[in-house]
Design a protein around this ligand. Sequence first.
Ligand code: GUN
Length: 292
Amino acid sequence: MEIIDGNKIAAAIIAELKATVATFPGRRPCIALIRVGDDPASVSYVKKKQANAAEIGIESRLILPPVTITPAELFALVDQLNADAGVDGILVQSPLPKGIDEVAVFRRIAAHKDVDGFHTMNLGKLAQEDETGFVACTPAGIMELLRRSGVTLAGKHVVVLGRSLIVGKPAALLAVQRKAWANATVTLCHSQTANLPALTRQADILIAAIGKAEFVTADMVKPGAVVIDVGVNRVPDATKKSGYRLTGDVHFPTVSPLCAKITPVPGGVGPMTVAMLMQNTVKAYRQNLGIA
Ligand code: GUN
């Protein structure tokens, strides 16, 4: 069993991006990060995004509207950033407060600045395998993690657990692409799937993104499978200073001995998501400035 080191692979990508950005004449790439409210996970993620941007030489602008912001005001903020020629990428951190239609906000972002890849246009381009679009960062990070860990997908059975817009659906669309690095057979499972363990047990590569702590147990995994754990769950733990511990969607102690390879939580997919966001920001900058 091999533990895939997401921190190490992400650090290599960050270093590559830093070297690339250093060659750009003129202004730096710039990402605007909008975070509404103080969800502790969002605070932590956005901090990581800013730290990675700073390391690479990407400018980041943090915008913290009050939780009382109305949908109309949030739209107006997005419109303003869409019109700002100095901003290459715009990210609205999910989740948004109840009462704001998140997908409507994602759609409001100009498609060419949608570095999260959640806009209708970019999801459409993903389905059409049009590489000018932006691919959602977590699924893109998973594919890159597999590629750089020497895991091939062609002809393999990839089982994706979870049908979210942010992870499950785009991950399935990526794995089935007609590309040498993809060409997998994909099963997309979710909370309403019948006989779930029978399906997950068929996976050569299991991508767990269901958002339930330690949901995937040993009986659900085929020996020798590659397991990608996308979950980031906080469970109460009195022995920790913070009062909680982070755990994935996979019960690591019992599943990991079965696997050929597995990603840990933290330190697996998480850092790759941020690295892909940075890559998308550099892509947006190039497209924006017409640099090849
Ligand atoms: N919340 C959890 N993951 C993500 C992500 O990839 N992008 C945004 N905007 N919010 C998130």
